[in-house]
Write a protein that binds this ligand. Structure first.
Ligand SMILES: C[S@@+](CC[C@H](N)C(=O)[O-])C[C@H]1O[C@@H](n2cnc3c(N)ncnc32)[C@H](O)[C@@H]1O
Length: 239
Protein backbone atom coordinates (compact mmCIF):
# COMPACT_ATOMS: atom_id res chain seq x y z
CA UNK A 1 0.00 0.00 0.00
CA UNK A 2 1.58 3.27 -1.14
CA UNK A 3 1.15 6.16 1.26
CA UNK A 4 3.81 8.28 -0.44
CA UNK A 5 6.62 7.78 2.06
CA UNK A 6 9.17 6.02 -0.19
CA UNK A 7 8.95 8.77 -2.84
CA UNK A 8 8.93 11.55 -0.26
CA UNK A 9 11.77 10.25 1.90
CA UNK A 10 14.60 12.50 0.64
CA UNK A 11 12.46 15.64 0.66
CA UNK A 12 11.41 14.74 4.22
CA UNK A 13 15.02 14.34 5.34
CA UNK A 14 15.92 17.70 3.76
CA UNK A 15 13.00 19.41 5.46
CA UNK A 16 13.81 17.95 8.89
CA UNK A 17 17.50 18.83 9.03
CA UNK A 18 19.37 17.69 12.14
CA UNK A 19 17.15 19.54 14.62
CA UNK A 20 13.78 18.59 13.18
CA UNK A 21 11.24 21.05 11.81
CA UNK A 22 10.09 24.18 13.68
CA UNK A 23 7.24 22.45 15.47
CA UNK A 24 9.37 19.55 16.66
CA UNK A 25 12.10 21.85 17.93
CA UNK A 26 9.94 24.48 19.59
CA UNK A 27 6.73 22.65 20.52
CA UNK A 28 7.04 18.86 20.68
CA UNK A 29 10.61 17.90 21.59
CA UNK A 30 10.60 19.74 24.95
CA UNK A 31 7.48 17.94 26.19
CA UNK A 32 8.39 14.56 24.65
CA UNK A 33 11.87 14.64 26.16
CA UNK A 34 10.43 15.81 29.47
CA UNK A 35 8.29 12.66 29.63
CA UNK A 36 11.26 10.47 28.71
CA UNK A 37 13.51 11.88 31.40
CA UNK A 38 10.72 11.76 34.01
CA UNK A 39 10.13 8.06 33.31
CA UNK A 40 13.57 6.50 33.88
CA UNK A 41 12.98 4.01 31.05
CA UNK A 42 15.53 1.33 30.18
CA UNK A 43 14.55 -0.03 26.77
CA UNK A 44 12.49 1.83 24.19
CA UNK A 45 10.90 1.16 20.80
CA UNK A 46 10.33 4.12 18.46
CA UNK A 47 7.55 3.09 16.05
CA UNK A 48 7.84 4.99 12.76
CA UNK A 49 11.27 6.35 13.68
CA UNK A 50 11.85 7.97 10.27
CA UNK A 51 15.48 8.97 9.89
CA UNK A 52 16.07 8.24 13.56
CA UNK A 53 16.20 11.70 15.10
CA UNK A 54 14.17 10.82 18.21
CA UNK A 55 16.07 7.53 18.67
CA UNK A 56 19.27 9.58 18.81
CA UNK A 57 17.63 11.88 21.36
CA UNK A 58 16.53 8.88 23.44
CA UNK A 59 20.06 7.53 23.34
CA UNK A 60 21.47 10.91 24.43
CA UNK A 61 18.99 10.78 27.34
CA UNK A 62 20.38 7.39 28.38
CA UNK A 63 17.57 5.22 26.98
CA UNK A 64 18.49 2.28 24.72
CA UNK A 65 16.25 2.59 21.67
CA UNK A 66 15.29 0.45 18.70
CA UNK A 67 13.68 2.25 15.77
CA UNK A 68 11.36 0.60 13.25
CA UNK A 69 9.99 2.13 10.05
CA UNK A 70 8.69 0.73 6.73
CA UNK A 71 10.43 3.39 4.58
CA UNK A 72 13.76 2.02 3.30
CA UNK A 73 15.48 5.29 2.51
CA UNK A 74 14.64 6.80 5.90
CA UNK A 75 16.11 3.76 7.65
CA UNK A 76 19.29 3.90 5.53
CA UNK A 77 19.82 7.49 6.66
CA UNK A 78 19.04 6.57 10.29
CA UNK A 79 21.75 3.89 10.16
CA UNK A 80 24.22 6.27 8.50
CA UNK A 81 23.62 8.95 11.16
CA UNK A 82 23.88 6.47 14.04
CA UNK A 83 25.96 3.46 12.91
CA UNK A 84 25.85 1.88 16.36
CA UNK A 85 22.06 2.20 16.53
CA UNK A 86 19.46 -0.50 15.96
CA UNK A 87 17.10 0.38 13.08
CA UNK A 88 14.84 -2.23 11.52
CA UNK A 89 12.34 -2.32 8.67
CA UNK A 90 8.91 -2.91 10.12
CA UNK A 91 5.32 -1.79 10.36
CA UNK A 92 3.40 -0.76 13.44
CA UNK A 93 0.56 -3.15 12.59
CA UNK A 94 2.82 -6.21 12.90
CA UNK A 95 5.68 -5.57 15.31
CA UNK A 96 8.39 -8.23 15.14
CA UNK A 97 9.02 -8.30 18.88
CA UNK A 98 8.01 -10.54 21.76
CA UNK A 99 5.25 -9.50 24.11
CA UNK A 100 6.23 -7.27 27.04
CA UNK A 101 9.63 -6.41 25.56
CA UNK A 102 9.87 -2.64 26.15
CA UNK A 103 9.60 -0.15 29.03
CA UNK A 104 8.67 2.62 26.61
CA UNK A 105 7.02 2.65 23.19
CA UNK A 106 7.08 5.95 21.30
CA UNK A 107 4.78 7.02 18.48
CA UNK A 108 6.06 10.45 17.43
CA UNK A 109 3.63 11.80 14.80
CA UNK A 110 3.01 8.41 13.23
CA UNK A 111 -0.60 7.45 14.09
CA UNK A 112 -1.93 9.81 11.40
CA UNK A 113 0.23 7.95 8.85
CA UNK A 114 -1.15 4.50 9.68
CA UNK A 115 -4.33 3.29 7.98
CA UNK A 116 -5.13 0.54 10.51
CA UNK A 117 -4.25 2.52 13.63
CA UNK A 118 -6.38 0.29 15.88
CA UNK A 119 -4.24 -2.76 15.10
CA UNK A 120 -1.13 -0.60 15.47
CA UNK A 121 -2.17 0.51 18.96
CA UNK A 122 -2.91 -3.10 19.99
CA UNK A 123 0.56 -4.07 18.76
CA UNK A 124 2.27 -1.22 20.62
CA UNK A 125 0.48 -2.26 23.81
CA UNK A 126 1.37 -5.95 23.30
CA UNK A 127 5.12 -5.20 23.26
CA UNK A 128 4.93 -2.97 26.36
CA UNK A 129 5.93 -4.39 29.72
CA UNK A 130 3.36 -4.09 32.51
CA UNK A 131 4.13 -0.74 34.12
CA UNK A 132 5.61 0.54 30.84
CA UNK A 133 4.48 3.64 28.93
CA UNK A 134 3.18 4.39 25.47
CA UNK A 135 4.19 7.98 24.64
CA UNK A 136 2.26 9.51 21.75
CA UNK A 137 2.57 12.78 19.85
CA UNK A 138 -0.24 13.17 17.35
CA UNK A 139 -2.00 15.80 15.24
CA UNK A 140 -5.09 17.33 16.81
CA UNK A 141 -8.30 16.32 15.06
CA UNK A 142 -9.38 19.93 14.60
CA UNK A 143 -6.28 20.56 12.45
CA UNK A 144 -6.29 17.27 10.52
CA UNK A 145 -10.00 17.75 9.62
CA UNK A 146 -9.11 20.61 7.23
CA UNK A 147 -5.33 20.29 6.97
CA UNK A 148 -5.39 20.46 3.16
CA UNK A 149 -7.25 23.78 3.26
CA UNK A 150 -5.23 25.41 6.02
CA UNK A 151 -5.82 28.91 7.39
CA UNK A 152 -8.57 31.06 5.92
CA UNK A 153 -6.94 34.40 5.11
CA UNK A 154 -8.17 37.92 4.36
CA UNK A 155 -7.26 39.81 1.17
CA UNK A 156 -3.97 40.94 2.71
CA UNK A 157 -3.02 37.34 3.52
CA UNK A 158 -3.62 37.69 7.28
CA UNK A 159 -4.73 34.53 9.04
CA UNK A 160 -8.37 34.82 10.07
CA UNK A 161 -9.25 31.36 11.36
CA UNK A 162 -8.66 27.66 10.80
CA UNK A 163 -11.67 25.73 9.47
CA UNK A 164 -13.03 22.48 10.90
CA UNK A 165 -15.32 20.21 8.92
CA UNK A 166 -16.35 16.53 8.92
CA UNK A 167 -14.74 16.32 12.37
CA UNK A 168 -16.47 13.09 13.46
CA UNK A 169 -15.64 11.23 10.22
CA UNK A 170 -12.51 9.15 9.64
CA UNK A 171 -10.91 9.77 6.24
CA UNK A 172 -7.59 9.76 4.40
CA UNK A 173 -6.22 12.83 2.63
CA UNK A 174 -3.03 13.68 0.73
CA UNK A 175 -0.80 16.46 2.06
CA UNK A 176 1.85 18.22 -0.04
CA UNK A 177 4.59 20.60 1.05
CA UNK A 178 8.29 21.15 0.20
CA UNK A 179 8.38 18.23 -2.27
CA UNK A 180 6.76 15.85 0.22
CA UNK A 181 3.49 14.16 -0.75
CA UNK A 182 2.08 11.75 1.82
CA UNK A 183 -1.22 10.26 2.84
CA UNK A 184 -2.47 11.13 6.32
CA UNK A 185 -5.60 10.17 8.21
CA UNK A 186 -8.05 12.37 10.02
CA UNK A 187 -9.84 10.87 13.01
CA UNK A 188 -11.64 12.54 15.88
CA UNK A 189 -9.82 12.45 19.21
CA UNK A 190 -12.52 10.08 20.43
CA UNK A 191 -11.37 7.37 17.96
CA UNK A 192 -7.86 7.36 19.41
CA UNK A 193 -9.05 7.59 23.02
CA UNK A 194 -11.48 4.69 22.56
CA UNK A 195 -8.77 2.46 21.02
CA UNK A 196 -6.33 3.29 23.82
CA UNK A 197 -8.91 2.74 26.55
CA UNK A 198 -10.01 -0.55 24.97
CA UNK A 199 -6.39 -1.69 25.14
CA UNK A 200 -6.56 -1.41 28.91
CA UNK A 201 -4.14 1.51 29.24
CA UNK A 202 -4.34 4.26 31.87
CA UNK A 203 -3.80 7.87 30.81
CA UNK A 204 -1.06 9.44 32.97
CA UNK A 205 -0.19 12.59 31.02
CA UNK A 206 -2.06 14.81 28.54
CA UNK A 207 -0.95 18.04 26.91
CA UNK A 208 -1.78 20.34 24.01
CA UNK A 209 1.72 21.80 24.09
CA UNK A 210 2.51 25.45 23.42
CA UNK A 211 5.70 26.59 21.76
CA UNK A 212 8.40 27.30 24.33
CA UNK A 213 10.74 29.16 21.95
CA UNK A 214 11.02 30.34 18.33
CA UNK A 215 9.85 33.48 16.51
CA UNK A 216 6.95 35.19 18.34
CA UNK A 217 4.71 35.33 15.24
CA UNK A 218 4.95 31.58 14.73
CA UNK A 219 4.44 30.96 18.44
CA UNK A 220 1.26 33.02 18.21
CA UNK A 221 -0.04 30.88 15.30
CA UNK A 222 0.52 27.71 17.32
CA UNK A 223 -1.29 29.22 20.31
CA UNK A 224 -4.26 30.19 18.17
CA UNK A 225 -4.42 26.72 16.59
CA UNK A 226 -2.54 24.00 18.50
CA UNK A 227 -1.53 21.26 16.09
CA UNK A 228 -0.49 18.62 18.57
CA UNK A 229 -1.56 16.47 21.44
CA UNK A 230 0.91 14.58 23.62
CA UNK A 231 -0.29 11.68 25.75
CA UNK A 232 1.39 9.13 27.96
CA UNK A 233 -0.54 5.93 28.63
CA UNK A 234 0.62 3.33 31.15
CA UNK A 235 0.08 -0.41 30.89
CA UNK A 236 -1.11 -1.44 34.35
CA UNK A 237 1.29 -3.54 36.41
CA UNK A 238 0.23 -7.10 37.12
CA UNK A 239 -1.20 -7.21 40.66
C1 LIG B 1 5.54 12.14 10.06
S1 LIG B 1 6.79 10.90 9.94
C2 LIG B 1 7.45 10.89 11.59
C3 LIG B 1 8.84 10.33 11.68
C4 LIG B 1 9.50 10.47 13.04
N1 LIG B 1 8.75 9.76 14.06
C5 LIG B 1 9.64 11.93 13.36
O1 LIG B 1 8.91 12.41 14.21
O2 LIG B 1 10.47 12.59 12.74
C6 LIG B 1 5.84 9.40 9.87
C7 LIG B 1 6.65 8.16 9.80
O3 LIG B 1 5.78 7.04 9.88
C8 LIG B 1 6.28 6.04 9.04
N2 LIG B 1 5.19 5.10 8.75
C9 LIG B 1 4.30 5.13 7.74
N3 LIG B 1 3.48 4.06 7.80
C10 LIG B 1 3.86 3.33 8.89
C11 LIG B 1 3.43 2.11 9.46
N4 LIG B 1 2.41 1.42 8.95
N5 LIG B 1 4.08 1.65 10.56
C12 LIG B 1 5.11 2.35 11.09
N6 LIG B 1 5.55 3.52 10.59
C13 LIG B 1 4.95 4.01 9.50
C14 LIG B 1 6.83 6.79 7.84
O4 LIG B 1 7.73 6.01 7.10
C15 LIG B 1 7.46 7.99 8.53
O5 LIG B 1 8.80 7.72 8.88
Amino acid sequence: MDNGWELSAQAWIDSMGERGDWAREHVLDPVMLGRVTAGRFGRALDVGCGEGRFCRMLKAAGVAAIGIDPTHHLLEVARRRDPAGDYRIGRAEQLQFAAADFDLVVSYLTLVDIADFRTAIREMVRVLKPGGSLLIANLTGFTSACATQGWIRDEAGRRLHFPVDRYLDEFAFWLEWEGIRIENWHRPLEAYMAALLESGLHLTFFSEPEPVSGEPSRQEDYRRVPWFVVMEWRRPSIA
